[in-house]
Design a protein around this ligand. Structure first.
Ligand SMILES: Nc1ncnc2c1ncn2[C@@H]1O[C@H](COP(=O)(O)OP(=O)(O)O)[C@@H](O)[C@H]1O
Ligand SMILES: O=c1ccn([C@@H]2O[C@H](COP(=O)(O)O)[C@@H](O)[C@H]2O)c(=O)[nH]1
Length: 211
């Protein structure tokens, strides 16, 4: 069976507002389509399993380099969902820096919103997307938001957020993420609360569903 499944990819820097815009579109479309028909998948769920590494080693991983992610696994899941099959999405722990034992079942959907920093760097993922978005929030704003969020929600200290940002997050953004903006269909300035961009994306999704 080849079910209708529209996939929208949202990329951009860490803390640029990808999750927020994905959540807003999800909640607003649920009202029209029903909660069963739309799903959000975070690329972060597909960070490679690191249970075989010690905590000291896990902390040293460069989480902003494409090789930290298992895009093959993500591609297989997207293809299965498009083919009308359910998948078991991995659960990732930011505090443990590894995959958790449990998974979350996702049934096939009419719309999947995919969000993650490195999505547009991968041609295999781009090929599966019906439309792509890049959140073009200035990096200083992203840094301030990440600092606040990671200390409040991801079990980090201010010092660890600052050193990780300097050592890997910022350099990898410049090397991989920012250049992938060229592949986006829509570039969204300011962040996850951009109302007009949200409305344009919702309209585009409706249009793709009506094909
Ligand atoms: N336009 C905005 N104004 C204020 N805070 C925002 C805005 N967009 C996002 N945030 C906040 O910034 C943090 C990072 O946003 P998030 O959507 O999690 O980013 P990402 O998914 O890109 O890492 C969150 O705490 C979020 O609530
Ligand atoms: O174990 C981990 C895994 C990821 N990270 C950081 O997360 C961000 C991506 O998530 P966003 O929600 O887009 O911010 C990435 O920049 C990694 O540095 C981590 O610190 N530890």
């Amino acid at each position: 069976m080849n079910s209708q499944c529209v996939i929208i990819g949202i990329a951009g820097a860490s803390a640029s507002g990808k999750s927020l815009i994905a959540k807003t579109i999800y909640e607003e479309l649920c009202r029209d389509l029903g909660t069963d028909q739309i799903g959000v998948i975070a690329e972060d769920a597909y960070y490679k399993d690191q249970k075989h590494l010690s905590m000291d080693e896990r902390v040293k991983t460069n989480y902003d380099h494409p090789k930290a992610l298992d895009h093959e696994h993500l591609c297989r899941h997207l293809k299965a969902l498009k083919a009308g099959e359910a998948v078991e999405i991995p659960k990732y722990s930011y505090s443990e820096h590894t995959r958790m034992d449990e998974t979350i079942k996702m049934t096939p959907k009419k719309v999947i919103i995919l969000e993650g920093i490195l999505l547009l760097t991968d041609p295999k993922l781009r090929e599966l997307m019906d439309a792509s978005v890049f959140m073009d929030t200035p990096l200083d704003i992203c840094f301030m938001r990440r600092l606040k969020r990671d200390v409040a929600e991801r079990g980090r200290t201010m010092e660890s957020v600052m050193s990780q940002y300097t050592d890997t997050v910022r350099p990898m953004f410049l090397q991989f993420i920012d250049p992938s903006k060229q592949y986006a269909d829509i570039i969204v300035p300011r962040g996850g609360k951009n109302r007009i961009a949200t409305d344009i994306l919702k309209t585009r999704i409706q249009h793709l569903l009506d094909r």
